[in-house]
Design a protein around this ligand. Structure first.
Ligand code: BGC
Length: 728
């Protein structure tokens, strides 16, 4: 790394174009494979020189291509480019997405997977990933909740820390260290109506207490970058919100890294109608503290003018440029621009094994009547549904790198290896109705569109012959993800029709649900004896799912986001506030209720079954009162009452029974532990809580704890009633 004075010298030696170039990030459309300019630039009001000096690129993949790009760049620049990409859930191997990973409650595995992704991405020349996305998600309509760690603040913070540490490792300049860019700052997950990019309307308390902590956890874990969000918060675009970026992020939290806008996010402030003109926008964004302008011309076009006029202070501009130079320096790029471009071996097999483990830990068993699962290996099974014949179930980001996008084993191969009789495999129907616009790409290739009756008949026949039917149903890959919000959160109707037909001939149904968000699963649950949520499991999907179904692995996953009863409940989450009219049964007049649906989700946060059962007893505290500066221990005996060794995710929730002048959520997760408990054995699980764990934003919006009465609950999900009272 260069010392500070060398950095200063470097800054002074750069031309204005080179300095402004540090603040511009472009994607592949501007560069041919030979690293040279394409004509695209001019359409976007860039001058050729702007593109020549662009200091970073995003989502260009392939080490050789990046090396060419770097060589071309260095012909005209004194500083190298830095390469960034969306490596969000694996690189050479696609993992389950973040929401699924959070269901594992396994921070060690999450960290190991991030480390493995970093290893593979850096071997390909990538320096920074636009990950983790830590936007708290409480609305299942939002298509990007899959990229988050779900509805809970504590769980999201723990996952965030694990991922940042996993990507970056001990030192940012290590060859396998991938700098993390936490996003989307701030509160992008709070979009009104669950519609992507929409305005976020939040109280100050909700922002401080619920939405900001995961970003702060990333900063505390040392993440190198932060990305601002597309959304407005109460009408103010986050990208030009000086209070948010400059005062909170940089000021209060002491973040000294690099801030980037989201894709054309600065320019979009004009669409928000939040500025008078583009020049003013450039000024606002630079002053708010955004260093890099991703994919638009606002900085390159207007910063030189603002500097010439003296409207933009040289010092403010220099701060922006220095943040980028410092990042390049941190990565060791200023000394050797090619240090990540020399290639290195990557152990994809070891990563695949971790990915299988993550599939096993992230699937959530919601129902298992008559212990239909696990299915014994001598049983005759039929896999039915569009996902029974699909070759992939990943996210748009996995597809981007053109790697890690296919199941290593097809469902028929994975199940075939574990079952003694031949496994029947039938799609039964297409993924989506023919006229759904998202089906366009599949219309010519999916044979179910040409001969629907034939494929349905084949599926029904397979179900007749099978002892157990494994229905593999779910959302189309394009029904979730960025810009894929849904107003109906159900499995497509043609798949539900198939389920009904199959139900008529064989009711021994296990439904494996592939989805990018929590869904309304009322009917699925009614027509299936067992329901297993598989999310979009990535490359190891078939293998991990087959292991669970066959009982080679025991489900341990717990929901990181509540499964709503119906879409009308959204947003629904466990840490809601009590109301003055109670949360009583729908039949009670004047209570806070729906007259046509329960208040509770179908399956709550933290819920997930195992192939064994666990009993919780002897919940106790080692003191009646928690003192300032002291700590208190809560313990419970957890007994494995079934006939298998298994891990349980033991959860601690705390409920503040009364505060001064401000209501508190029903309860909040404050701890969790994955514990292995052998069959018929009992273990004592102990949690330590300190005074600072009970702090919240009080009526004056100060972050403090309050004396009073609390209850600590320990159990296997957020509905547990096993509690003990204590005082602070
Ligand atoms: C997304 C970001 C992503 C960026 C770059 C945007 O549309 O909101 O999450 O990192 O594109 O691909």
């Amino acid at each position: 790394m260069l010392p500070q004075e060398k950095l200063e010298e470097l800054y002074d030696s750069l031309t204005l174009e080179e300095k402004v170039g540090q603040l511009l990030q472009l994607n592949h459309i501007y560069f041919g494979v030979d690293g040279l300019l394409t004509g695209e630039a001019l359409k976007w009001q860039f001058r050729e020189e702007d593109v020549v000096h662009a200091g970073s690129v995003l989502n260009i993949f392939g080490r050789e291509r990046l090396e060419t790009l770097q060589r071309e760049h260095l012909k005209n620049n004194k500083t190298p480019m830095i390469f960034m990409a969306d490596v969000t859930s694996g690189y050479d191997i696609a993992y389950p997405f973040s929401l699924a990973q959070a269901c594992s409650f396994d921070t060690k595995l999450v960290k190991a997977l991030a480390g493995a992704a970093a290893d593979a991405a850096t071997a390909d020349g990538i320096n920074v990933t636009f990950s983790p996305m830590v936007d708290i998600s409480r609305d299942a309509r939002w298509g990007r909740c899959q990229e988050s760690y779900g509805e809970d603040v504590f769980l999201s913070c723990q996952m965030t820390k694990a991922v940042v540490e996993g990507y970056q490792g001990e030192r940012s300049d290590a060859l396998s260290s991938l700098s993390a860019c936490v996003k989307h700052f701030a509160a992008y997950g709070g979009a009104e109506g669950g519609r992507d990019y929409n305005n976020v309307e939040l109280s100050r308390r909700a922002l401080l207490e619920t939405y900001l902590p995961p970003y702060k956890a990333a900063v505390e874990a040392g993440c190198d970058m932060v990305m601002t969000s597309f959304n407005t918060i109460g009408g103010v675009p986050a990208t030009i919100d000086k209070q948010l970026v400059n005062d909170v992020l940089r000021g209060q939290w002491g973040f000294d890294g690099c801030v980037i806008s989201d894709y054309a996010g600065i320019l979009q402030c004009t669409c928000h109608r939040a500025v008078d003109n583009e020049k003013e926008l450039a000024q606002l964004s630079v002053e708010a503290g955004v260093d890099i302008d991703m994919m638009d011309y606002i900085y390159t076009k207007y910063i030189p003018k603002l500097l010439a006029e003296g409207t933009l202070k040289e010092e403010t501009f220099k701060n922006r440029v220095m943040n980028v130079l410092r990042l390049k320096n941190k990565k060791g790029l200023l000394e050797d621009p090619y240090r990540y471009l020399k290639g290195k071996a990557v152990d994809s097999e070891a990563t695949y094994a971790l990915a299988v483990k993550m599939v096993e830990e992230s699937c959530v068993l919601l129902k298992n009547d008559e212990m239909l699962l696990p299915v014994r290996k001598e049983k005759r099974i039929a896999l039915i549904g569009p996902y029974a014949v699909k070759e992939q179930a990943g996210t748009m980001w996995n597809m981007l790198s053109k790697k890690g996008q296919l199941f290593r084993k097809t469902p028929s191969e994975a199940f075939g290896e574990l079952f003694e009789q031949p496994v029947m495999c039938e799609a039964g129907c297409a993924m989506l109705e023919y006229d759904n616009f998202l089906a366009e790409a599949d219309r010519d290739t999916d044979p179910c569109y040409r001969e629907p009756e034939k494929y349905q008949e084949r599926a029904i026949e397979a179900a007749r012959q099978a002892e157990t039917v494994i229905m593999m149903l779910g959302e189309h890959g394009m029904q979730s993800g960025e810009s894929a919000s849904r107003a109906e959160i159900t499995i497509p109707e043609l798949q539900m029709k198939l389920l009904r037909e199959i139900y008529e001939v064989n009711q021994n149904i296990v439904t494996v649900v592939f989805c990018g968000r929590p869904l309304d699963l009322r009917e699925v649950s009614k027509r299936s004896k067992s329901v297993l949520i598989a999310w979009m499991p990535g490359d190891a999907g078939s293998e991990g799912i087959a292991n669970l179904i066959a009982g080679r692995a025991v489900p341990t996953g717990k929901l990181s986001m509540s499964m709503p009863y119906c879409v009308g409940q959204c947003p629904v989450y466990y840490a809601m506030y009590p109301t003055g009219h109670g949360h009583a049964a729908p039949s009670k007049r004047f209570s806070s209720r729906y007259v046509d649906a329960p208040n509770a989700p179908l399956y709550p946060f933290g819920f997930g079954l195992s192939y064994t059962t666990f009993a919780y007893s002897d919940i106790s505290a080692d003191a009646e009162k928690l003192t300032q500066g002291g700590c208190i221990h809560f313990s419970a005996t957890v007994t494995n009452t079934g006939d298998r060794d298994a891990e349980e995710v033991v959860q601690l929730y705390i409920s503040d029974l009364s505060a001064t002048g401000v209501s508190r959520p029903f309860r909040e997760l404050k701890g969790f532990q994955r514990v292995l408990i052998r069959q018929s054995e009992a273990v004592e699980v102990v949690f330590e809580i300190k005074e600072e764990d009970l702090r919240f934003y009080n009526a004056q919006c100060q972050y403090e704890s309050e004396a009073g009465e609390y209850i600590a609950y320990i159990g296997g999900d957020s509905r547990t009633e096993n509690g003990v009272k204590f005082q602070l």
